[in-house]
Design a protein around this ligand. Structure first.
Ligand code: ATP
Length: 214
């Protein structure tokens, strides 16, 4: 899976739209403390479907929206009402999961975007692939299959190495599963279990209806 462009708007410290080309080979991000280097990696994790605000150093998911800059004495820019991150990738190797609609699987490029809007108390995310609305799970499965997902071993955040050393065995196992590229199977199993449960409920209802007719 080859990523080639990341676009951020209103995400954390990126108030104005920013576009980063991800060229082949090694990419380094350098800059002074607090300039937003970690925010770029968090944007990647977020667009891949990260669901834990804590892992993104945020209290709640709406905290990823640019909250304004400046201080009491030095006013800055006002906060934004929404944030959006878009990741472009080449779909050369047929990365899109088999369960996706044919129209998306055949696209040579995939533009995956996630948008969050402040809505009173809470905030909701919308995921799109090439402009078409999809479920968060569809995006998570796409990246989990490629072992690049939001919690993949390829993305190491600050402090994570020491956390891993002290981690419980089951958390370490999750890391090995990610490296083996089988994390997507867990999501699929969960989906299959939900479908099975719904089918069993339908069968029970059918039995009741048949019993009432006899
Ligand atoms: P270091 O080199 O110290 O690790 P860094 O370059 O990785 O720093 P980040 O941690 O990515 O920097 O960015 C921190 C900056 O992002 C802080 O100035 C913080 O105020 C700003 N920031 C984080 N969330 C938001 C938000 N929701 N709205 C506005 N600014 C934010």
């Amino acid at each position: 899976m080859k990523f080639d462009r990341l676009r951020l708007t209103g995400f954390k410290s990126f108030c104005e739209p920013a576009e980063l080309d991800i060229l082949p080979g090694l990419t380094g991000i350098v800059g002074p403390n607090g300039c937003g280097k970690s925010n770029v990696l968090e944007a990647l994790r977020w667009v891949m479907g990260a669901s834990s605000a804590k892992a993104l150093r945020a209290g709640g998911m709406e905290d990823v929206i640019f909250g304004g800059s400046g201080t009491k004495d030095r006013p800055g820019r006002p906060g934004r009402a929404w944030a959006e991150v878009t990741l472009s990738l080449a779909n050369e190797e047929g990365d899109a999961p088999a369960g996706w609609p044919e129209a998306l699987r055949e696209q040579p490029r995939l533009e995956v975007s996630r948008r969050i809007t402040r809505r009173g108390e809470g905030a909701a995310s919308t995921f799109r692939v090439n402009g078409r609305e999809v479920r968060a799970r569809d995006v998570q499965i796409l990246f989990a299959d490629a072992a690049t997902g939001a919690s993949a071993a390829g993305l190491v955040r600050q402090g994570q190495v020491s956390e891993l050393i002290a981690a419980k065995p089951e958390n370490r196992r999750r890391l090995l599963e990610e490296a083996a590229g089988i994390t997507g199977l867990h999501a699929r199993r969960h989906e299959a279990e939900l479908r099975l449960k719904a089918t069993l409920t339908n069968l029970e209802r059918l039995d009741d209806t048949l019993g009432a007719l006899e």
